[in-house]
Structure formats: structure tokens, C-alpha cells
Design a protein around this ligand. Sequence first.
Ligand code: SF4
Length: 271
Amino acid sequence: MASMQEALDSLSDKSIRHIVSISGGKDSTALALYIRQSYPQIPAEYVFCDTGCELPETYEYLERLEALLGVEVQRLNALDDLKVARKPGRNPFDIYLNELYGGFLPNPRSRWCTRVLKIQPFERFVGDTHAFSYIGIRGDEDREGYQSKKPPVISERPNILPVYPFKDAEMTLEDIKRILTESGIGIPGYYRWRSRSGCYFCFYQQVGEWQNLKEVHPDLFEKAMGYERSSVGDRGYTWVDGRPLLRIAELPEREEIPAPDLAEGCAVCHL
Ligand code: SF4
């Protein structure tokens, strides 16, 4: 781990890279804006690991962020790791699922998706160069695990040093909201109905979020059900433990969605 000051002190060494990873969530978006506005001397590279299965709101939000930053947010894609050409309608999740994981869908205990769709493309992008990896953990984080002795990293590789600018500056949720509001981008639109960024079928979603997905994006809900139908897990895998989406679709009552900062999730996908 490196401090923000150490990252700044390294700027004379032009071989060291400075990479801001954006998940499509509010904290990493605010971090990108913060670095651009407060530290224009940092030659930051902005990256987004695209699973090909993100929400439409996320793709739209990224375009708005790019306009505000005035630089490209590079879309990293695991198709490149697979040496498969990118083209509309082709996503790396399906290739990994069907050709490398034998149809076994990921779940919180076997989260292969984060490794192959997010971490590996990031590591390929960095290669062997020395890089600071800027991560949007806030000074007031108290989500389980985030307050541990070792804050989350995107990669464990020794040439990739994590930096936590918001923690260093003791910036809180209020500061993040202020950055987003003052920039004009606001918070991502999906927060109206879902508590985290990431794939439309993310298994971290709670029942209320699945209900909302069905209402807001019925086509994506249908696709998520399609994955369940073709799953080859032990008993036929369901995204929600023990409950197929078909049953969730029929529930008479709507369930609450968790507050964004209380939702269980993955630091790589959901910041
Ligand atoms: S958002 Fe969820 S489903 Fe997508 S890669 Fe991350 S953990 Fe896996």
C-alpha cells in the first residue's frame, strides 16, 4: 500500500503509471473526478473492466464521466485475454461460462467472474510496469471487511501498489456526494432501484433488486432466467440461493432493497 504523498513524490519517474479503476459505482466515479480536479499533475489512466453484462445505466454513466474528465475511460475486456475479437453481442462471460467453466454459474463462494472478467484484464493492462492503483475506499467506510487491516486491492501483484486517496484525506460519503453533485454527474441512475454497480445478473442482488430488475429491464431479467435454465450446477443453479427467478417473479409482495453502503458486495465490482 502507498500513500497519496508517495504517489505524488513518484511523479518525476515517468516509467511509473497511475491507474484509476472505475466500476461504474459512485465512489470510484467520484475518485476519478477528484484525481482529475485536485491532482491534474498526475498522468492518470482511467480504466473500466467491461464484463459485457453491465447495466445500460452504467454504460451511459461512463460516457457522461468521460465527457467530464475530458479523457477516454479505457474499456478493458476479457475477450482480449482470450484473443477473441470484440463485436456487438459477444461477451466474455458467456465464453468463460460455456467453454472454461462448463456451464457452472459463479456464486459468492465461487466467484470466478471477478477474477477472469475484472482482475485479469486489469493485470494484463498493467503488465510488468510499476503502477499505482487508485481505489475509492472512503475514510468513513464501515462495510464488513473494508475496515480490516488490509483494505481491498484490485491486484495482489507486487508491481501494482494500491493507493486510497479518500482514506488518506479522510473523505466521507458527504464529500463523495458533493463531488458528484458539483460536477453535474450526480449518482448513477440505477441507485433508484438497485444498491450496487456490476453485472445485471450479479448474484449479490437481493430479492427486491431482482424484482426491480424485472420491472426496469424485463429483457435482462429474462436473460438472467435463461442462465438458470441452462445451468449445470449440482441441482441446477439459481442466482438467489434456493429460489429460482421464476418464483421471485411471482412473489406478491415487493421486498426492500438494501442501502448502497450496507449491501454485501465485491470491492472490485461495486465501489
Ligand atoms: S458484478 Fe457480480 S457477477 Fe459481475 S463480475 Fe462482479 S461479482 Fe461477478
